[in-house]
Write a protein that binds this ligand. Structure first.
Ligand code: SF4
Length: 126
């Protein structure tokens, strides 16, 4: 029976356990190195459909606050992170924006929205 093996570091908590996971064709998984069950769950996702959250910044039209911190509202497939980052890099925000404002919905069909994690005040008139 075919088995895939992968070494990984669990990112669920700060312990960062170094784990080895083996999975067979029926998705039976064996994990070593994990200190708790959450590590096994993480390994299963990593071996089948790895997902990641994303926190970054977007450009604004404000000289006083040229970038605004943002995050995705949900984790997305790891394989889509690069394309989503490219999409985010094309976004330019015009203020004012309140923390929690959705700046873009359903980015590239991932189901995740782009959310501001800080306020962007009115631009001061020059
Ligand atoms: S296996 Fe458990 S203890 Fe280890 S990093 Fe993952 S969540 Fe933390």
């Amino acid at each position: 029976m075919d088995r895939r093996e992968k070494e990984m570091i669990c990112i669920v908590c700060p312990n960062g356990c170094r784990m080895t996971a083996q999975i067979d064709e029926q998705a039976n998984i064996e994990v070593t190195g994990n200190k708790c069950v959450r590590g096994k769950e993480f390994a299963m996702r990593e071996m089948t459909n790895p997902v990641r959250g994303l926190s970054t910044t977007v450009r604004t039209d404000s000289p006083e606050l040229p970038v605004l911190p943002v995050r995705l509202s949900a984790e997305i497939p790891k394989a889509r992170i690069f394309d989503v980052m490219k999409e985010i890099n094309n976004i330019r925000v015009t203020g004012p924006v309140k923390q929690g404002t959705v700046l873009a919905r359903n980015l590239l069909g991932t189901g995740a929205d782009l959310v501001a994690t800080a306020d962007m005040p009115h631009q001061t008139e020059k």
